[in-house]
Design a protein around this ligand. Structure first.
Ligand code: ATP
Length: 242
């Protein structure tokens, strides 16, 4: 195995998703390496959610390659994809509203491959999002949108994933809650979990990510680096495809 391969966490080659014959994602190729935070940005309907859902086999997809640290994801049931180390936090801070915050977190542990390190991970998640310790007994449905997003991310982290994929984690949150989520993502990456961040919030994503792919109309059209974040003309062009 070459040093390059050892570092690769996610490899995606020619991924396609279509609904009733209409393409939503057309032959996208990208990768995430160990320790990286990689962004995918794009406007409404660009195919961002479909790409993630296709990767975890929650919708039908085709690809030349889709592998997580050498495990071929393509024929795995979604729960097996999760167990292989691919944690996906779906759009809309999804939590089990009637269950307590503590029980929501516990559910995350069911996708763990090893019990070792569980207490340390839980302590770290509580340090990352102190509100989850403070409101441990509260039904998750009573938390604010930003707090529910913290819980959804915390639950995914308790699975001890190799890759954490987040679908528009900032959607519908207050500006302060958005900052909390973006700061947490940096800390998660610094602790050693690779992150795939799918967002509409272009500037903040390009600034934080090591590399950001632009997805428009189902195709990857551009790759941006953090230094591009302040080039608003470039970001506009990336979005409008002109
Ligand atoms: P958003 O930011 O609005 O979530 P997105 O970039 O995540 O957008 P997708 O939700 O993946 O984009 O949608 C890509 C295309 O696929 C759109 O044209 C959308 O209408 C279509 N689409 C998404 N889900 C379905 C579905 N279940 N059935 C049919 N078409 C769908």
């Amino acid at each position: 195995m070459s040093p390059d391969n050892r570092q690769r966490v996610l490899t995606v080659e020619a991924l396609r998703v279509a609904y009733g014959g209409i393409p939503a994602v057309s032959d996208i190729t990208f990768h995430v390496d160990a320790g990286e935070l990689v962004g995918i940005i794009g406007p409404n309907g660009a195919g961002k959610s479909s790409a993630l859902l296709g990767l975890v086999n929650a919708v039908r997809s085709e690809s030349a390659q889709a592998s997580l640290r050498g495990t071929d994801l393509r024929r795995l049931a979604p729960e097996k994809v999760a167990r292989s180390g691919f944690a996906l936090v779906m759009e809309g801070h999804q939590v089990f509203g009637r269950l307590s915050v503590r029980d929501n977190l516990r559910l995350g542990a069911t996708a763990r491959r090893a019990r070792a390190g569980l207490t340390a991970d839980l302590d770290w998640i509580h340090e990352l999002f102190p509100i989850l310790a403070e409101f441990a007994d509260r039904p998750a449905g009573l938390l604010s949108g930003g707090q529910q997003q913290q819980l959804a991310i915390g639950r995914a982290l308790l699975a001890s994933p190799t890759l954490l994929a987040l679908d528009e984690p900032s959607l519908g949150l207050s500006p302060t809650a958005v900052d909390t989520v973006f700061e947490a993502i940096q800390r998660i990456r610094e602790r050693g979990t690779a992150v795939l961040l799918v967002e509409q919030r272009a500037q903040q994503t390009v600034k934080s990510a090591d590399r950001t792919y632009v997805l428009t109309e189902g195709r990857l059209t551009m790759t941006l680096s953090p230094t591009d974040a302040d080039d608003s003309a470039l970001l506009m062009k990336a979005y409008l495809g002109s």
